[in-house]
Design a protein around this ligand. Structure first.
Ligand code: ADP
Ligand code: MG
Length: 342
């Protein structure tokens, strides 16, 4: 059986001579990286634990893809260009077939987005994957050569303005249906729902293309209602979502029915589509830049101010406020509040 160093070399060391900014790759105590001139670093880390964040019996290549995809998605949500990744892998045992599949899934996605694996760690324990990603974003300096935080073209959560549209990329909800399908024993990995869950596509190109058009953004990991509330809180605004405008994929309706499909978009997780706010005047331009990547952009609501201190996400159906009641929604009764977040 190969030792730890041989395993790392076999599965994780690649030729990085063409990778931008990599002065020294894996093999020493640290990797050495040189950010590009005029850029700032965007850094994020996420851990995926078997049985918590992914089914342990998922295909190894899907586990490798997914673990990196959820991290790349954070870079996408800031509008950053992916550059470098670190991979800390905790393995219960050395299963070379599994490692081979895992590395193939990881590297295929990494190569597509030009992110170089520059280091990591391998330890023994319950299966868990921690990935740190580094991306780059333009650094705008003002006349006095100090950092101008206001005019940075960066997709933060706190940039939404009153009357901005709320928009979402692609076809959210499929991944939630895919997780349910996997849990019920379905194993056809080409099924669109299962594929969306096992191999989510980080919206890197969309994030970069929308950096100067959108006012705020995040990636949807927990459903539109919960994730939009983060933008509301950060931007000190409320939002109204129109149920009839949610983009519901035919495959999603086929899998879960119309109400189930709405529920999956609003409260299901794991999609990693981008949820953004933008001025209405930028909508056509935003749609045009996404056309190159064949990605749809759907208006699902609008940001607004509220009298109260709380900032909340409300749900409308044909303009009438609704309240969630388990699997469905009713007209919003007087004197109750839905999804309050301060
Ligand atoms: P150290 O004892 O200094 O932490 P390690 O034995 O953990 O070193 O790792 C040796 C080298 O291999 C380091 O340069 C490290 O970044 C790299 N490395 C370890 N695990 C991985 C991995 N999963 N992917 C890529 N590089 C790795
Ligand atoms: Mg180490």
């Amino acid at each position: 059986m190969p030792g730890e160093f041989e395993l790392i070399a076999r599965y994780f060391h690649r030729d990085l001579s063409a990778a931008p900014g990599v002065l020294l790759g894996p093999g020493d105590d640290c990797a050495l990286l040189a950010p590009s001139d005029g850029m700032q670093l965007a850094v994020s880390v996420d851990t995926s634990v078997a049985g918590v964040h992914f089914p342990p019996d998922a295909p190894a290549s899907a586990i490798g893809h997914r673990a990196l995809a959820v991290n790349l998605s954070d870079l996408a949500a800031m509008g950053a260009t992916p550059r470098w990744a670190l991979l800390a892998l905790t393995l219960p045992d050395v299963d070379e077939d599994w490692l081979h599949g895992f590395a193939a899934g990881f590297h295929a996605l990494a190569d597509r987005h030009g992110i170089a694996l520059v280091g990591g760690d391998v330890t023994r324990g319950p299966l868990s994957i921690t990935i740190t990603v580094h991306g780059e974003l333009p650094l705008v300096l003002n006349a006095a050569s100090t950092i101008d935080r206001v005019s940075q073209p960066i997709l933060r959560r706190d940039g939404a303005s009153e009357d901005d549209l709320v928009v979402i990329t692609g076809q959210p909800g499929l991944a939630h249906a895919g997780l349910k399908a996997w849990q019920s024993g379905q194993r056809d990995v080409l099924d669109p729902c299962l594929a969306a869950y096992l191999r989510p596509e980080p919206r890197i190109d969309a994030g970069m293309a929308l950096r100067e058009l959108a006012s705020a953004a995040l990636d949807v990991s927990d459903g539109v209602m919960g994730d939009l509330s983060h933008i509301c809180r950060a931007s000190q605004l409320s939002a109204a979502i129109e149920l009839n405008q949610l983009p519901l994929a035919p495959e999603l309706i086929a899998a879960l029915g119309e109400q189930g499909a709405q529920q999956a978009v609003l409260n299901g997780g794991d999609d990693y589509e981008l949820l953004l706010t933008l001025p209405e005047a930028n909508l056509d331009a935003a749609r045009a830049v996404l056309r190159a990547s064949h990605l749809s952009l759907t208006v699902i609501g609008r940001m607004h101010t509220t009298q109260e201190e709380v900032h909340r996400v409300s749900l409308l159906k044909a303009g009438v406020e609704q309240i969630a009641t388990g699997q469905s929604w009713q007209h919003f009764p007087a004197n109750t509040t839905a999804e309050v977040s301060s």
